[in-house]
Design a protein around this ligand. Structure first.
Ligand code: GLV
Ligand code: MN
Ligand code: MN
Length: 426
């Protein structure tokens, strides 16, 4: 039996009537792409679940009289006011998921954005700038291996040629997947004019660690995102019979891979960083065959570039030694990399001021660094960008157990509404 659909419970701040209430939005979205066995979400780019999320976004935009725009990279924008006026305030996040992801990573930001807009309308706020809610496509990179494809393309951090080469596990390319989903892949590419309309982008996100739980605050503001990347390690040995091949005669890539996993842990520990082999593919993948190929993907992140370089070089060096020792050939390919992101101080300080009360310690707003990547990080090179984090009591994320409490979701919506009011209604 899967666990019940994770959702905040109704409280005064989340209740409401009609399709615009937070809980109603949460309920509708919560059934999309949820695997009945694991209880986790499988909302991969350009699949049926992704299409259903996009339909949901369109319906939310229409229900609020917002103008829906689909950009050249498949990102959805819901506009209040004239986007061409410029200096727009944009909020939002993503709706796709990792394999068996939680309900909150991404959707909390999108649902809270619509709810914050409802809240501002309820307050009778007068907007002096255009406002948009955005749903960035393929943030997690679960299908094509590269995170933040929609925002990377828009910001020009991923070239059209590189995007055309992205391929999923079944050999389907990104353009083929887009076309099959009814989108025109020939339009993808940098979108500087669209980004130039934006005066500030604020992404609300569930926290993916326990910093807020430890400080006892429901909402925090992002300071920086650690540099991070993904590396593919291909260990090539020799397929052979599991029962008849003497141990001494084997060229078993699984051994070098296994030793490399342990080295990753060791190197990360030494550098105060993190390193994870979370995905592996094995050929021929037979229980009674020594593998010919073990392909493992390393995800590594650190507080600064020097530490990350040290970790990744250390892991690669160890992997080469293990490969040599087992007669295995190793290729290492860096598949993606995102440098450190320091969010713009002026916008961050303004948000802290909008959320805090200088004379009250209770209302202080912690500024947090994070090891998780976000579209906000990608956009930060082109646009003044900030993030709000909502407390995650266990810190668990990228798992069906990911959670945020009802009152903290309310606090997140209220904080986002306060920020948007301060930025778009002044
Ligand atoms: C995205 O969630 C990432 O940090 O991998
Ligand atoms: Mn994520
Ligand atoms: Mn996310």
């Amino acid at each position: 039996m899967p666990a019940a659909q994770p959702r905040p419970q109704a409280s005064d701040g989340l209740k409401g009537t009609g399709p615009s209430s937070f809980l109603e939005m949460w309920r509708q979205l919560g059934s999309i792409g949820r695997h009945p066995g694991s209880g986790g979400y499988r909302r991969f780019a350009w699949t049926g679940a992704d299409a259903d999320c996009r339909d949901w976004f369109r319906e939310q935009a229409e229900a609020r009289g917002l103008v829906l725009e689909l950009d050249r990279n498949g990102n959805q924008w819901a506009w209040l006011g004239d986007p061409s006026a410029g200096d727009a305030v944009v909020t939002g996040s993503h709706l796709d998921s990792v394999p068996d992801g939680g309900a909150f990573d991404g959707p909390l930001g999108v649902v809270s954005s619509f709810a914050a807009l409802d809240e501002l309308r309820g307050r009778g706020a007068r907007f002096t700038k255009p406002l948009a809610v955005v749903n960035f496509g393929d943030e997690e990179g679960a299908r094509f291996g590269l995170a933040c494809v929609g925002s990377r393309l828009a910001a020009g951090h991923l070239t059209v040629e590189q995007a055309h080469r992205l391929t999923d596990a079944g050999g389907i390319t990104l353009p083929q997947a887009m076309e099959a989903a009814g989108y025109d892949p020939d339009t993808i590419g940098p979108d500087p004019e669209r980004l130039a309309r934006i005066g500030a982008f604020v992404e609300l996100h569930v926290e993916q660690g326990r910093a807020l739980d430890l400080t006892g605050d429901p909402v925090g503001v992002a300071g920086a995102i650690w540099p991070h990347g993904r590396w593919r390690f291909d260990f090539r040995g020799e397929a052979n019979h599991a029962g008849t091949t003497r141990l001494a005669d084997r060229r078993d890539p699984m051994l070098s891979y296994a030793e490399t996993v342990l080295a990753a842990r060791r190197e990360a520990q030494l550098a105060g960083a993190v390193a994870t082999f979370g995905k592996i593919s094995v050929e021929p993948n037979g229980v009674n065959a020594i593998p010919s190929l073990v392909r493992g993907w390393l995800d590594s992140r650190a507080a600064d570039q020097a530490a990350l370089d040290t970790v990744v070089h250390g892991i690669e060096k160890a992997a080469r030694e293990y490969a040599d020792a087992h007669g295995v050939h190793l290729d290492v390919v860096r598949e993606s990399f995102t440098p450190v992101v320091e969010f713009e101080h002026a916008l961050r300080d303004e948000i802290v001021r909008l959320l805090g009360k200088e004379d009250s310690a209770d209302l202080r707003v912690p500024v947090l660094g994070t090891g998780a990547g976000h579209d906000a990080g990608i956009l930060s090179a082109s646009v003044p960008t900030a993030m709000l984090f909502v407390r995650n009591p266990t810190g668990v994320s990228h798992s069906p157990a990911e959670h945020a409490a009802e009152d903290d979701c309310v606090a997140g919506v209220t904080a986002l509404a306060d920020v948007l009011e301060g930025l778009a209604c002044k």
